[in-house]
Design a protein around this ligand. Structure first.
Ligand code: ADP
Ligand code: YYY
Length: 427
């Protein structure tokens, strides 16, 4: 297993940095809310997110695939040979591959859950997985600024230098109920069986010889029994902020003239402050396409806004230096392609200069009225530009909506804190 494989899926290094600086380690027993909280915090702060339990689960899945005994010595040999890949982008949902096979849907099966504590207690397996985790953490802190890592031994063994360590707990009953709800178990006997399995796994995790589940002495314990997921994330945001780990875009530590952020209201004098302000403002992402007779053009925009309902008007802005401007300034109509959360590659492509944005893998077609439209977008709007203004270093276009098509419900692609993300029900 190599760390480069782990980070390869769905996350390219060198991507812009989020608001979190450093490592947040979240440990705790099963169903305390570690994944939910870690993912929520990472989404909110533009950080990467590593679910270390999924790596142990992936090893356990391979052990079962090969018909090995989870307790047997062959497990250590197998772990060294496995090719495991896990996504670290919180906006994408989990993607895990083992030897090229996508397995995330199988990682929470009863069999894997039963096998994983034994697999995770092999010292050689842990050593291999620890090394991978440390490499991933170092690389993501370098490229993205921050990472939220959750597991059982992150604050104690994997990242003892983490800037914030949290030990999440919840009562046994609450955890049993949460896991039951998650697994769709509704009967009393079923819930009792889930509770028993969960406590059995906790006991094994706490009592194993090598890096057992334990609270680091300097970890903050957060009992989530009566907290909503949003409250837990809020609490972690406060803890990270208290430790100076958050560069909250909307609240730069000092203004352009050195005034503290809780000082008097400031006049914006620096582009950095202006940019910083808008890094903290979440915006939906669209691709605007047009053709004025010389071929299709398109660009990614976060500036789309609905301006008027009667008549239906939208507005968007385009840089004066944009290659698409010539076409957009001459086009009699444009198409606003709304993007869903999984279409961040399209957003990136239509924001990249000097490439043929319409060449493969872009898939597109033309509306009966002739405008280019991207295939697979969940919704689009055809609009006729009515006014074009010069506005500083941008052109502002106001266009009348003439035709809309909603193909499917979707989670929107959102740009926030320099990263693509999406709306989540967690928060
Ligand atoms: N604070 C909370 N209140 C209610 N349910 C929660 C809370 N946090 C998480 N959950 C739910 O409990 C289940 C287990 O949470 P999860 O984050 O997977 O826990 P862990 O990663 O610690 O095993 C999930 O279905 C999740 O939606
Ligand atoms: N850092 C870690 C993470 C998980 N493990 C082990 C212990 C757990 O029983 C399994 C599965 O972890 P996972 O976080 O997926 O489990 P839960 O979601 O809490 O049920 O892996 C570990 O030993 N060390």
């Amino acid at each position: 297993m190599t760390s480069s494989q782990i980070v390869s899926a769905a996350h390219s290094e060198g991507e812009s940095r989020g608001a979190l600086r450093g490592v947040v380690a979240i440990d705790g027993p099963a169903a305390a809310g570690k994944s939910t909280t870690a993912r929520g915090l990472a989404l909110l702060s533009g950080a990467a997110y590593l679910d270390t339990g999924a790596i142990y689960r992936a090893v356990a899945w391979a052990v079962l695939r090969d018909g090995l005994s989870p307790e047997g010595g062959q497990v250590a040999d197998l772990a060294g040979r496995l090719d495991i890949d896990i996504s670290v982008d919180p906006s994408l949902g989990q993607q895990v591959t083992v030897d090229g096979e996508r397995v995330e849907a199988q990682l929470r099966s009863r069999q894997v859950s039963e096998a994983v504590p034994s697999v995770a207690s092999h010292p050689i397996v842990r050593e291999a997985v620890h090394q991978i985790q440390r490499n991933v953490i170092a690389r993501l802190v370098a490229s993205r600024g921050g990472i939220v890592v959750e597991g059982r031994d992150i604050g104690t063994v994997v990242a003892p230098e983490a800037g914030l360590k949290v030990f999440l707990t919840a009562s046994d009953d609450e955890r049993a109920l949460r896991r039951s709800r998650q697994e769709g178990v509704t009967t009393w006997n079923g819930i009792m069986a889930v509770r028993q399995a969960l406590l059995r796994r906790d006991t094994r995790d706490r009592n194993r010889a090598v890096s057992p589940l334990a609270k680091a002495p300097d970890a903050v314990e957060v009992d989530t029994t009566s907290m909503t997921p949003a409250e837990v994330v809020d609490r972690l945001v406060s803890l990270a902020d208290e430790r100076g780990m958050l560069r909250l875009a909307a609240h730069p530590p000092v203004g352009p003239d050195g005034t503290p952020d809780d000082g008097p209201q400031e006049t914006i004098t620096s582009p950095a402050t202006f940019r910083s302000l808008f890094r903290g403002h979440a915006a939906g992402v669209v691709v605007i396409t047009a053709d004025a007779g010389s071929g299709p053009v398109g660009f990614t925009a976060t500036s789309l806004s609905s301006v008027s309902l009667h008549p239906p008007l939208v507005a968007f802005a385009l840089s004066t230096s944009a290659s698409s401007w010539e076409t957009v300034s001459a086009a009699t109509s444009v198409v606003v392609n709304f993007l869903s959360a999984d279409q961040h590659e399209i957003a990136r492509r239509f924001a990249t200069s000097h490439v043929d944005r319409f060449a493969a893998p872009t898939s597109w077609s033309r509306l009966p009225s002739g405008e280019p439209v991207l295939d697979g977008v969940p919704a689009y709007l055809r609009a006729v530009p009515e006014s074009r203004f010069e506005a500083g270093d941008h052109h502002l276009v106001v266009a009348r909506a003439v035709e809309a098509r909603i193909r499917r419900l979707h989670l929107p692609l959102i740009y926030h804190a320099g990263s693509y993300t999406t709306a989540t029900t967690v928060l």
